[in-house]
Design a binder for this molecule. Structure first.
Ligand code: CA
Ligand code: CA
Length: 123
């Protein structure tokens, strides 16, 4: 039996979708990598390809209001100030230390990538 034009069209569409899906996944990865790179560049204000604590702390994203919503941040584990609040400084220091896995006081590109992925994956 000869396939109708519609059936052929449908089949080629399905085939195209199967071929396209790994490509789409790759594109999503690439976009994530691009975002992470953009964010890295934005934080690295002196462009030495490392993020210092000062550079990290000056970013508005890591303000207390935003950061305390991150699922891995357990505010209960932080020292509180006299008002019973966790200070922004403590929180930033915590995040920075988390990102700076080799503890040299700077976040390099690779450390950033891992940190960025661990944060964004949880959304
Ligand atoms: Ca820098
Ligand atoms: Ca480091």
């Amino acid at each position: 039996m000869i396939m109708s034009v519609h059936a052929r069209l449908l089949l080629s569409l399905l085939a195209a979708l199967f071929v396209a899906s790994p490509v789409l996944a790759l594109a999503a990865d690439t976009r994530a990598a691009e975002r992470s790179e953009q964010e890295f560049c934005r934080l690295d204000t002196n462009k030495d390809r490392e993020i210092s604590y000062e550079e990290f702390a000056s970013c508005e994203f890591y303000r207390l209001e935003h950061v305390k919503k991150l699922p891995f941040v357990d505010l209960g584990a932080f020292p509180k100030d006299k008002n019973g609040k966790v200070s922004e400084e403590d929180l930033k220091r915590h995040l920075f230390d988390r990102a700076d896995t080799n503890k040299n006081g700077k976040i390099d590109r690779k450390e950033w990538e891992e940190f960025y992925n661990s944060v964004t994956e949880q959304y």
